[in-house]
Design a protein around this ligand. Structure first.
Ligand SMILES: O=C(O)c1cc(=O)[nH]c(=O)n1[C@@H]1O[C@H](COP(=O)(O)O)[C@@H](O)[C@H]1O
Length: 225
């Protein structure tokens, strides 16, 4: 089985991101480049990280009117990302158009409820019910729109997996059992628990990137899976 860990390269400097990826590349299955990286380094930065030879997950969390999201998807075609994120809350037409505009080898996955939000945050946005129920509703929308899968927390992935057997499930908000800081994450589980519940991809950033020894941290997490 291939390594399901995607390292989130949330570092402001390209040289530091490249050095970290080079160091841990034998212990992760892919590299995730998000908003911080893409806004700073754009296509050039993605090309540089792609040279390392691991699949690239472009986490842009696109969320706009369908025409704009489709055009953005076309503009990143050339980067041949393995995975791209959009926000499920953009609605069915946006999701359908995003998928139609993506390259045939790119998995388009929809972010349901960010792992940094809890039930109280949703209530403040006027969303009744739990983060769990909202994630399930948005997963159903993504499935109906023909996406490849979703992003959700490890608390929901088991339930989503039961209703979407062949879906592709990306799970961030992961913290090893040895007590790495949750920081801004509110719905967290261990990498192993997420894997056991049906996650296809485990997104891990700071528990590796901010560790005193990132290689040892990545190896330790890999060993729990
Ligand atoms: O789409 C994501 O990857 C994502 C969705 C989500 O709900 N929560 C979330 O944390 N992420 C990303 O996953 C990574 C988690 O980083 P750490 O908390 O440092 O492990 C960050 O790059 C986030 O942008």
């Amino acid at each position: 089985m291939s390594n399901p860990i995607y390292l989130a390269l949330d570092l402001p400097r390209l040289d530091a991101a490249t050095a970290l990826a080079q160091k841990v590349k034998g212990h992760v299955g892919g590299l995730k480049l998000g908003l911080e990286f893409f806004c700073a380094h754009g296509h050039h930065g993605v090309h540089e990280i792609a040279k390392i030879g691991l699949p690239i997950f472009l986490d842009l969390k696109l969320h706009d009117i369908p025409n704009t999201v489709a055009a953005a998807m076309q503009a990143i075609h050339v980067l041949e990302p393995a995975i791209v994120t959009v926000h499920a809350a953009g609605g069915r037409a946006m999701l359908e158009d995003a998928k139609a505009a993506a390259g045939e080898h790119t998995k388009v996955v929809a972010v349901t409820v960010l792992t940094s939000l809890d039930d109280a945050d949703l209530a403040r946005q006027g969303i009744a019910g739990t983060a769990h129920d909202q994630a399930l509703r948005l997963a159903e929308l993504a499935q109906e729109a023909g996406l490849d899968g979703i992003v959700c927390s490890g608390h929901e992935v088991g339930a989503v997996h039961r209703q979407w057997k062949n879906g592709y499930f990306v799970v961030p908000g992961l913290r090893p059992a040895d007590g790495a800081s949750a920081a801004d994450q509110k719905r967290i589980v261990t990498p192993r628990a997420a894997r056991d519940a049906g996650a296809s991809v485990l997104v891990i950033g700071r528990p590796i990137s901010r560790a005193a020894d990132p290689v040892a941290a990545a190896r330790a997490i890999e060993a729990t899976l």
